[in-house]
Design a protein around this ligand. Structure first.
Ligand code: ATP
Ligand code: MG
Length: 363
């Protein structure tokens, strides 16, 4: 089966440049030299992907793929049990994740899509990596603290503290130097950078280069899209609008989104986070500036804002949802994508592990 449609195949043009938050010219660098970059990203198979995923990272992945950047996408199945006792409906969630990827435009011929648990050599990196970070460093991680606060588990397990190091292994096994992520992932990226630097220092390569690159985060224009309750939109917090939701469900969820009592619509992310997140969502779907959307809505109030957002989202997602329905008809193909991805990822992980063992002096 081939991926067709607007998000899947278009020639690279300046508008396809990966969007990025303020601060660096990383997106420019990638655009100038796509071959110098390798991407690793991924998601936990804990439920359907939502708008936060799409505008936070997935859209950038598709743009990077279109530029020809080599890409690895991990279905982070072991990470599901960080904040829950069992990984509920793991195979189903993993396959649905792949469906969402394909619908959004990831092409398994160009992107290696694999499950974390299917690549044993990758997980062997965890042992040396864990030795490179202190317990105090693991305990300070703000994203881990936030996730603990939202977890329904009675006790916090060890994996909750060590999973950022797992993620470092996910990124570094394939020597990725570019990681398109949402804002919550920045502390984890810092762990990966620290692990790479310390490993290279402790186990120098005979030729003077380090085994691992220092990966950089690529943020989008929506690094923290808010959910209907005003908190980070998350699969497991009951506040998300799924990419695969139908149009009526989308309308109902957006109608229930938290706003404020002021009628005048403005784009002021710091002062009015909920209203501004909705304005930004409409802007991203319409590929326009959020200030312009706010200006147009003027004194229309929350109801008009939500109508605009609903229409924009449903229109934007229509081709993606249609493609998803097509792909969903062939579950065998989805499983084949994961098998092929695991084969490719295993070859890369075996090679990296061999290098790691050599510089560490293992037999
Ligand atoms: P869970 O609730 O199970 O943790 P999640 O919605 O937080 O799910 P993850 O699988 O943890 O999703 O995150 C996958 C990727 O999506 C990460 O790069 C993360 O930064 C990004 N992401 C998740 N939620 C948002 C959001 N609301 N805005 C922007 N990016 C997001
Ligand atoms: Mg999460």
């Amino acid at each position: 089966m081939t991926v067709t449609g607007p998000a899947a195949e278009r020639p690279a043009d300046p508008a396809d440049r990966p969007a990025e938050g303020p601060g660096t010219d990383l997106a420019e660098q990638v655009h100038r030299d796509p071959a110098a970059h390798r991407v690793l990203t991924g998601d936990r198979p804990t439920g359907p992907l939502h708008l936060g995923h799409y505008f936070g990272t997935l859209q950038n992945r598709v743009r990077l793929q279109r530029l020809g950047v080599e890409m690895f996408v991990v279905v982070a199945d072991y990470q599901v049990i960080t904040d829950r006792d069992i990984a509920d409906r793991l195979a189903e969630h993993s396959e649905n994740l792949v469906l969402d990827y394909l619908a959004a435009g990831l092409d398994p011929d160009r992107a290696t899509i694999f499950a974390h648990s299917a690549v044993p050599a990758l997980n062997q990196l965890l042992l040396p990596f864990l030795s490179l970070v202190s317990v105090a460093e693991l305990g300070r991680n703000p994203t881990v603290k936030d996730e603990i606060a939202h977890s329904s588990q009675a006790a916090v397990n060890g994996l909750m503290f060590t999973y950022p190091v797992h993620q470092a292994a996910d990124i570094l096994f394939c020597k990725a130097n570019l990681v398109p992520v949402g804002q919550d992932q920045l502390p984890h990226l810092e762990v990966a950078r620290t692990v790479a630097r310390r490993f290279n220092e402790r186990y120098p390569h005979p030729d003077g280069t380090g085994v691992f690159p220092r990966p950089e985060a690529l943020l989008s224009a929506a690094p923290l899209l808010l959910g209907t309750d005003g908190g980070k939109m998350s699969k497991s917090r009951g506040n998300a609008v799924s990419l695969s939701a139908d149009e009526d469900t989308t309308a109902r969820l957006i109608r229930g989104a938290r706003t404020d009592t002021e009628r005048r619509i403005s784009y002021d992310p710091a002062g009015r986070p909920e209203v501004s997140s909705l304005v930004l969502l409409a802007a991203l779907c319409q590929d326009r500036a959020p200030e312009q959307i706010a200006e147009e809505l003027g004194d229309g109030g929350g109801a008009a804002l939500k109508r605009t957002v609903t229409e924009s989202v449903n229109e934007y997602l229509r081709p993606i949802r249609a493609r998803r329905t097509e792909f969903a008809a062939d579950r065998g193909y989805i499983r084949q994508v994961l098998r092929d991805g695991a084969e490719r990822a295993n070859a890369v992980a075996d090679a990296t592990l061999a290098e790691v063992r050599a510089v560490m002096g293992s037999v």
